[in-house]
Design a protein around this ligand. Structure first.
Ligand code: ATP
Length: 231
């Protein structure tokens, strides 16, 4: 069972837009963990790269929805993990079997949490996403009701303005219909070997998202059951 005194290692797997970021933040509170988000690290590295060619290259990978190569991503993640004194949640990582194997071999690891939603819901969510240019908080202007999936919209109080810091909201450059389709296609291609890897290790927890944040209690219960089973 979950204990505050223990350190946990989790990875959050799931398609673009499934809510990895939102659930990672909620779980971080519960498990007193740091969230390491590969997409954010890469977006920052693209902006701040001293080597301009490298910056442009990263920028181009992200804008087109292609994977950044392992020799760039892995050292960045390992760098973050090296100094961890707390539990950690990796969000958006691993995306290749090699990434999965490296982290599994070298760091304490408990569970791979795989969040799922149908592709048509993911597309609507991604196209409805708005991000604060200043503080990075995300909102969603799409409200989705499909069968037993009900995603209430997470609209800002004032249209186009961040509730937290009052700055303008924008659209992520890869949240366009063309790039969304490319990201979803790539996701399905790359995920099978990674899911098989964790399944074989007995550490895969698959979780069907139904309502967004209201699913948290159910997810925490599932995580506790899996931790108990794997103890
Ligand atoms: P979401 O839309 O839910 O944030 P996403 O998977 O589409 O999920 P990010 O995780 O933010 O978006 O990733 C954005 C881009 O950063 C990817 O399209 C890819 O170019 C790059 N990237 C992120 N993580 C990795 C990784 N582990 N390996 C390779 N490339 C990555």
């Amino acid at each position: 069972k979950y204990s505050r005194h223990q350190h946990y290692g989790f990875v959050m797997l799931g398609a673009p837009g499934v809510g990895k970021g939102t659930f990672s933040k909620l779980l971080a509170k519960k498990f007193d963990a740091n969230v390491i988000t590969s997409g954010d690290l890469l977006r920052r590295a693209a902006k701040e790269a001293k080597d301009k060619d490298r910056g442009r290259y990263l920028q181009q990978c992200i804008a087109s929805g292609q994977l950044v190569p392992d020799h760039i991503v892995l050292p960045m993640i390992i760098d973050q993990l090296r100094d961890q004194t707390k539990s950690f949640i990796l969000d958006g990582f691993p995306r290749t079997l090699h990434q999965a194997e490296r982290i599994y071999a070298e760091y304490h690891f408990d569970l791979a949490i795989y969040l799922t939603l149908p592709d048509d819901v993911l597309t609507e969510k991604l196209l409805g996403r708005r991000v604060c240019n200043e503080c990075g908080r995300t909102f969603n202007v799409a409200s989705i009701c499909k069968g037993d999936i009900i995603m209430p919209s997470m609209k800002p109080v004032k249209d186009g303005i961040c509730d937290d810091c009052g700055s303008p909201l924008g659209i992520r450059e890869d949240d366009t219909i063309e790039v969304v389709e490319q990201r979803l296609k790539l996701f399905h291609e790359i995920m099978t070997p990674i899911l098989d890897f964790y399944k074989e290790k007995g550490t895969l927890l698959e979780f069907e998202v139904k309502t967004g944040i209201d699913d948290t209690l159910r997810l925490i219960q599932d995580i506790n059951n899996s931790l108990e089973r794997n103890r």
